[in-house]
Design a protein around this ligand. Structure first.
Ligand code: NAG
Length: 297
């Protein structure tokens, strides 16, 4: 698979065959006519044209870890929904019970090549820019664990509903000896404020749904079966607001953080590849992978 091309949208690249249109994404014509088949692929897109609400489900068992393919697919799905004038809102959810997303796929970082690391990071940047900068009303339905990159995706939505019970959410990368990039930090700062972010990031803290609610990391906590109905109910409030006014407001609130990454994407990707390539980081990742394998057997 060729590395994504800078300055060209992912959707266009997929349609031109420059990046692999995996799973849900099937291109029928160049450049913008793509369709998705609900229920297939690692990112399932289900568009309800009556309500204008799309449901996007991550579907990469066992834990929805985000690898290059999934992030590319997610970026394409977001871009496509953004371009679809009948779509007004999006619910981000999981097709895998018990997990929202475990975050970035560690196997993309362990014993990888610098080129692959950079391609992986670009796909993450693009998916995030698409989500955080989306003109749609975006809601996270958190029906399972949501560590690290899973927490980033949830925080990047406009609203979060989380299932009560045993599930946890947080940016716990420091526990792995890796560092959440500045834009993860920015998003968390904008969500829960400086003091809580300092503690959360340094400690790599994971929060229960109730704890997350108390610091404003999620907006509502309900029993698991109520998550989707609650999201749908909340969407009604958001969709009452005229789109244009809401979008201008959202853009004005988020532009600074988006621009901060946009202005240094390549530097950020290179930094990631260099950091991940360090011996100490590779050792730490190797030990973590070994501990996961032990836990399984
Ligand atoms: C981060 O949190 C998740 C969910 O609790 C857990 O499975 C994972 O092992 C944690 N990562 C580290 C490095 O502690």
């Amino acid at each position: 698979m060729a590395a994504p091309v800078r300055g060209m949208s992912l959707l266009r690249q997929a349609c031109l065959g420059l990046v692999r249109p995996t799973g849900a994404q099937v291109c029928t014509q160049v450049p913008y006519r793509c369709y998705s088949t609900p229920g297939v692929g690692q990112v399932q897109v289900d568009m309800n044209s009556e309500t204008g609400v799309a449901t996007v489900r991550l579907n990469r068992p066992p834990v929805n870890s985000l690898n290059l393919d999934v992030l590319t697919e997610l970026g394409i799905a977001l871009e496509k929904l953004d371009a679809d004038r009948t779509c007004r809102a999006m619910v981000l959810a999981s097709a895998v019970p018990g997990i929202f997303s475990a975050g970035l796929d560690i196997l993309e970082m362990y014993q990888s090549t610098p080129e692959r690391c950079v391609a992986f990071w670009r796909a993450l940047q693009d998916a995030w820019l698409g989500l955080y900068g989306s003109r749609l009303v975006t809601m996270a339905a958190i029906e399972g664990h949501s560590p690290a990159g899973g927490c980033l995706l949830a925080m990047s939505c406009d609203y979060r509903v989380m299932a009560d019970g045993k599930f946890q959410i947080g940016l716990n990368e420091t526990r792995l000896g890796i560092v959440a990039p500045f834009w993860f930090e920015d998003v968390m700062l904008n969500t829960i404020g400086h003091r809580e972010t300092e503690k959360a990031l340094q400690l790599g803290a994971m929060y229960s749904a109730q704890q997350a609610l108390s610091i404003g990391l999620v907006d509502k906590v309900v029993p698991l079966a109520e998550v989707m109905p609650t999201v749908q109910g909340e969407l009604k409030n958001w969709l009452q607001i005229p789109d244009a006014a809401r979008v201008i407001t959202k853009t004005s609130m988020r532009k600074q953080v988006l621009d901060r990454l946009r202005s240094q994407k390549e530097k950020d990707a290179q930094f990631f590849a260099d950091f991940i390539g360090r011996d100490s980081v590779q050792r730490s990742l190797g030990a973590y992978i070994a501990s996961l394998q032990k836990r399984k057997s």
